[in-house]
Design a protein. Structure first.
Length: 746
């Protein structure tokens, strides 16, 4: 009987034990499910209590996860700290759950943004996203966030350096070292002076190694995100921006080209691609992208981008008047402004305007401050960029650490832009991304605002042209004559020499495909006249050999224009490599139709003959002239001069009567010295009559306008620079005129 009772008691106890275990498990799940139902009706407080009961009954990751979400919904720092503890527990209980890792990463990022004391929170986020990718390599969110975080770090620290602050004096460093030593830090085998030096260097460390790691990490993460989320436009924009910032714009172009295929109407894609093309010196392509972007802008955006931003450049010239202009007046002023600065008229676009578009687009992309509702070109850095362009060198001083009392105080970051002739500094004093003109006494000595103001008068803006190809030089010379057929026009002829690299072209034609143009504008840069030629081959019979300079094949281009003062441009655009030679300047087209005695310009030539039809030479009636645009001659290079005399009076016999005098003068650095007169000259021809005349003799011609060419023999003359002067006296009218030019004898 006792045995039965004992057995019965054991069975009862065992039953109670099993029942208790089953009830505990059931209660944990029960509370969890009830908590989910409370969430479904938005009763978060009840849900919170139920999930806590579930966890108390038995530790479980799902309930911890739900608690973490509830506490994160409350945006206070204290609640987010509680949320962090719950998500830590969830991850610990179920370390292979990707959702928990992602939530932990999101929360850590939020904490990092919320409070400065959470400086380690972003590292926590990185670790969680990395673990999530280990568990699921196709997790797009983790790749995106890692790419974003590392991109931000790269952009923040690229071209950065730590700056030692003089206020961080020796005593402060010593105190700092002692504090570290008291906490167990030791640098064995080093004297105190060595330690001081090392700590000074600590605040001047080169950050590029860290930056390169962030760059590589960001590119890899963003590439992975694009692989699984190919329609996410932000990924393409982000990866292209960090590639550009690392001076690899050409590597960012394929990403944006791909983005444009997905979103052909994306204004941001076109603007960003325009920047990358331009920064890669693919100016033609940049022009196309900017045009597409402008067409996609709203009217107000387009006005802000193309007109309002230009006021920064107009201010030094118009001062306060710029704000008094109507929209139409402003457009006209801006149009003239850009015309006057177009470096290459041979292209369909204005390279200077494209530079401006690039500066504005870049400023808006990089310098905008959304928290202040401030667009990039209106910031101080945007202002400097629009006026002076991209600095050749740029670096950022990181926040200084100054010892204050028992701790350290961070000082402003400073963005420093170094040009060849000036340096600007911009301080981020409010830690909100808004860098303002630097003030003295921070991390530099000069007042940038004051410096910028001074530059308004001496250097209101700066621009170095960017072309599709290399810039090269050609010797050229512009010569003016009276137009043979229309006396009210003037022939402006530009001769130029193409360097053939000391080769000896054996064929009659030398392959040199190029376009050349000569333009004349009025003082408002409205085009008055032009001529554009496309040339595939140069005539090798036009070759001249210049001592110490090489071999040149000469060609020429002629423009007919009415007399006026304005601006002229001579340009060459080479087909093979898109190389550019361009020359601009003020110019006056002379008037030879005023019935007053006058002389054309003096043309220096290497050969002159009659009735020749050689391409590329200057033709004046039946005279063919091989000009020498270098103005350099020697015993191996014949020296001819050609000029025309206009509006000579005739006597009763219908003949002119004039006297010419040719003067050759030596020139040194101080000017003209001495005179060398006519015995060295051989007269080769006057008009159509091949007769010898004295250089100072009176002689007669049948033409009111006379053509004259001579050969100069300077054998035995010293090398140097000379001034050649032609003086003409009309014996009938009693009038005189003269012209001069310079030449070099070697």
């Amino acid at each position: 009987m006792k045995l039965f009772l004992i057995y019965s008691f054991l069975i009862f106890c065992l039953s109670v034990s099993l029942t208790s275990a089953q009830t505990k498990d059931t209660l944990s799940i029960y509370y969890y499910n009830k908590g989910l139902r409370a969430i479904s009706i938005n009763d978060l407080e009840t849900a919170k209590d139920l999930f806590k009961k579930s966890v108390r009954e038995e530790a479980n990751a799902p309930a911890e996860y739900e608690l973490a979400k509830i506490y994160m919904a409350d945006t206070s720092h204290s609640m987010w700290n509680i949320s962090r503890e719950h998500i830590k527990n969830a991850v610990k209980l179920d370390p292979n759950n990707v959702d928990y890792r992602i939530f932990y990463g999101k929360l850590s990022e939020a904490l990092f943004k919320m409070s400065k004391i959470e400086f380690n929170a972003e590292d926590d986020a990185i670790r969680q996203y990395e673990k999530a990718l280990e568990l699921d390599s196709s997790n797009v969110y983790a790749s995106i966030r890692l790419g974003e975080i590392k991109s931000k770090e790269f952009l923040e620290f690229n071209r950065s350096r730590k700056k030692y602050d003089d206020s961080f004096d020796k005593d402060s460093i010593t105190t700092f070292i002692r504090r570290l030593q008291s906490e167990g830090f030791r640098r064995l085998g080093r004297t105190k002076s060595q330690q001081l030096s090392e700590w000074r260097n600590l605040f001047e460390i080169d950050l590029d190694g860290f930056v390169q790691k962030d760059f590589n990490y960001a590119v890899k993460a963003l590439d992975n995100a694009i692989k699984y989320d190919s329609l996410n436009s932000e990924l393409y924009l982000k990866i292209s921006s960090i590639l550009e910032d690392r001076n690899l714009p050409e590597k960012g172009i394929p990403y944006l080209q791909r983005l444009e295929k997905f979103y052909p109407n994306s204004k941001e894609a076109h603007l960003n691609l325009g920047i990358l093309y331009y920064r890669s010196e693919m100016v033609d392509s940049a022009y196309v992208e900017y045009q597409r972007a402008l067409n996609l802008m709203s009217e107000s955006e387009r006005i802000d981008f193309t007109y309002n931003s230009v006021k920064i450049l107009l201010d030094p010239y118009l001062k306060d008047k710029v704000n008094d202009l109507t929209q139409d007046q402003l457009k006209n002023v801006i149009s003239s402004f850009w015309k006057s600065r177009d470096p290459l008229n041979l292209t369909q676009y204005n390279e200077r305007l494209l530079e401006h578009y690039t500066r504005v687009a870049y400023a808006n992309l990089r310098f905008s401050v959304p928290t202040l509702d401030k667009i990039g070109w209106k910031t101080d850095r945007g202002y400097a960029l629009i006026k002076y362009g991209f600095p050749p060198a740029r670096f950022r001083y990181r926040s200084e650490m100054r010892l204050k009392g028992t701790g350290f105080q961070g000082m402003a970051k400073t963005d420093v832009w170094v040009y060849g002739d000036k340096t600007f500094a911009f301080d981020e004093t409010s830690f909100n991304g808004n860098f303002q003109f630097g003030k003295p006494g921070r991390q530099h000595w000069d007042d940038t605002q004051e410096f910028i103001d001074d530059l308004q008068a001496t250097q209101p803006d700066d621009y170095v042209p960017v072309f599709n190809g290399p810039v090269f030089d050609v010797p050229y010379k512009a010569i003016q004559f009276k137009d043979i057929n229309k006396s009210n026009l003037t022939d402006v002829i530009v001769s130029y020499g193409i360097d053939v690299n000391n080769t000896q072209p054996g064929e009659s034609k030398y392959k040199y495909d190029h376009k050349t143009g000569v333009y004349f504008f009025d003082k408002y840069f409205n085009k008055i006249a032009d001529n554009i030629k496309t040339i595939e081959y140069l005539n090798t019979r036009n070759k001249i050999i210049i001592p110490d300079s090489g071999n040149f094949i000469v060609s020429s281009i002629e423009m007919k224009a009415q007399p006026d003062s304005g601006n002229m441009s001579f340009e060459i655009l080479r087909t093979a490599d898109k190389g550019v030679a361009a020359y601009h300047g003020k110019y006056e087209v002379k008037n030879y139709n005023n019935n007053s005695l006058s002389l054309s310009d003096i043309l220096l030539a290497s050969n002159i003959n009659r009735n020749s039809e050689e391409d590329g030479r200057i033709k004046r009636k039946d005279i063919s002239i091989l000009p020498n645009p270098t103005g350099i001659f020697s015993e191996d290079q014949d020296l001819y001069i050609y000029y025309e005399v206009y509006n000579l009076e005739k006597n009763v016999k219908g003949l002119t009567d004039f006297k010419q005098n040719i003067i050759l003068q030596r020139k040194d650095n101080k000017g003209i010295i001495g005179k060398v007169f006519s015995p060295i000259l051989k007269v080769v021809g006057i008009n159509s009559e091949e007769k010898q005349v004295s250089l100072t003799s009176d002689y007669q011609t049948k033409d009111k306008d006379s053509q004259i060419y001579l050969q100069l023999d300077m054998t035995g003359y010293e090398s140097g620079n000379y001034v050649l002067t032609i003086k003409i006296k009309d014996n009938i009218a009693g009038k005189e005129t003269e012209q001069s030019t310079e030449l070099t004898w070697k």
